[in-house]
Design a protein around this ligand. Structure first.
Ligand SMILES: [Zn+2]
Ligand SMILES: [Zn+2]
Length: 459
């Protein structure tokens, strides 16, 4: 039987507990720390960044805003419908179909099941010239629905594409909307890259709901990359009391590995993260576990440090086998890695300009220092072509953040719909700026090249 007590059970059982100091909630202190850290460097939080390029012809922002405004009821209905029908990665059958139906209803030719992925899609307008892609996500999280707000991401992308599409013929170039499944696990965008889906795309953008407006998803500018490492140790079972000396304890190997990773943490970059769980700890307390497993996620803000850190974790996992006489079966990258996000600053400036014109304030705080933290498969896209992944706040309480059920509920409230509209306008204008302005495109490409150019994960 399993021992399945939570804190409430312990209280109910009247187990003497360590006294807990009332009112000591670290959450808000941490939020304040984040805000203070972000304002260091002398750049005020409400500063904006300006692009030196002309972008799309005058009047584009107004035309796009009118078009998105006209679509508002359908975009709000789409975001709400997806909220009510959350589907996890690769199972977004209803969601991708619903999005494709709306695009089709407005005259777009949608390729469903694109790139060999049943829930991916693509629609394009224009022929030849530069090619910009607007990215849609629409997968939910197990148990907490659209707690990452991908319902808003999808509606924003659809609004941006439909509003910009009629203007592409006059401006030139090509505009696509690419529907990418399984951001929360499975790395749908990496699979689209491998299928050649970004080979003919020059730049891409998406926008993600968050705790506030910023040109990047986190204060640090980019996001961390993440690699997944699973290990199963094979030992030898034995009677834990009668003949323990004949056993080889696989659980000991897992515990040794877990402790080794904990020791490594003192010596990693402050922005790095390693976290893991024990997925199999043996079958019975009176049997020496012959098999035990664990799973770790390794995160760092640069491809190079990510790979170095992963190698160090692998060494620790192997050392644990040696020290316990067991055998380690490693499964490295059992899901494709998510690469660190490398946002293109010239594109971020266009985004900030469009959002400012919408009446929002887009802080520069992400440019101050890299902080790392979460990961997105948009990182893989941003290492392949110039890309941006700004955040828009949903106007919820400061402690309502992604992957919390309250965040899902915030996506269907009026402030979220205002963000949806502004985000759609911002994406459309950024795309049209890129297609219209060769000098901007050259600067975007030069920045990308100077930052290391194309990096493609080879495994
Ligand atoms: Zn997300
Ligand atoms: Zn998420």
């Amino acid at each position: 039987m399993s021992l399945d007590l939570d804190a409430a059970d312990l209280r109910a059982a009247d187990v003497p507990a360590t006294e807990v100091r009332a009112g000591a909630d670290p959450l808000h202190a941490y939020l304040r720390f984040d805000a203070a850290a972000a304002s260091r460097g002398g750049i005020p939080l409400d500063a904006t960044i300006e692009s030196r390029f002309a972008g799309a012809p005058a009047g584009t922002q107004e035309r796009v805003a009118d078009a998105v405004g006209a679509l508002r009821p359908e975009l709000v209905a789409l975001a709400t419908d997806l909220y009510e029908h959350p589907e996890i990665g690769f199972e977004e059958v209803y969601s991708s179909g619903r999005i494709a139906d709306l695009l089709t209803a407005h005259g777009a030719e949608v390729e469903r099941g694109a790139y060999g992925l049943p829930t991916a899609f693509r629609a394009s307008t224009g022929v030849g010239g530069p090619h910009f892609a607007i990215i849609a996500e629409y997968d939910a999280l197990p148990g907490v629905g659209h707690a990452c707000g991908h319902n808003i991401i999808a509606a924003q992308a659809v609004g941006a594409f439909l509003a910009a599409a009629p203007l592409v013929a006059g401006i030139g170039g090509r505009l696509s909307i690419i529907g990418t499944p399984a951001e929360e696990g499975g790395a749908g965008k990496e699979l689209v890259i491998r299928a050649g889906g970004f080979d003919d795309v020059d730049a891409a953008a998406m926008v993600h709901p968050g705790g506030g407006d910023s040109v990047s998803p986190v204060y640090g500018g980019g996001t961390s990359g993440v690699r997944r490492v699973a290990v199963t140790y094979r030992g030898r079972a034995g009677h834990a009391a009668l003949s323990p000396y004949l056993g080889l304890n696989a659980l000991d190997a897992v515990v040794t590995a877990y402790q080794g990773v904990a020791q490594l943490r003192q010596h990693i970059l402050p922005v790095d993260r390693i976290h893991g769980i024990i997925t199999d700890g043996g079958a019975a307390a009176n049997v020496v576990p012959e098999r035990a497993s664990a799973e770790f996620l390794v995160r760092s803000t640069e491809v190079e440090t990510l790979n170095v850190l992963t190698d160090r974790v692998i060494d620790i996992l192997q050392a644990a086998a040696l020290s316990t006489g067991t055998r380690a079966e490693l499964d490295v990258d059992f899901e494709p890695p998510y690469l660190p996000l490398r946002p293109n600053i010239e594109l971020q400036k266009r985004w900030a300009g469009a959002l400012t014109a919408q009446g929002r304030t887009v802080p520069v705080r992400p440019a101050v220092s890299r902080q790392g933290g979460p990961s997105t498969d948009m990182g893989n896209v941003s290492q392949f072509i110039p890309a941006i992944h700004p955040a828009l706040g949903l106007g919820a309480a400061p402690d309502v953040l992604p992957h919390n059920a309250a965040f899902a509920d915030a996506t269907i409230l009026p402030p979220a719909f205002a963000a949806l509209i502004d985000g759609a306008v911002g994406l459309a204008v950024t795309a049209l700026d890129f297609l219209a302005d060769p000098a901007l495109r050259a600067a975007v490409a030069e920045e990308f090249r100077a930052a290391g150019g194309r990096y493609r994960w080879e495994g």
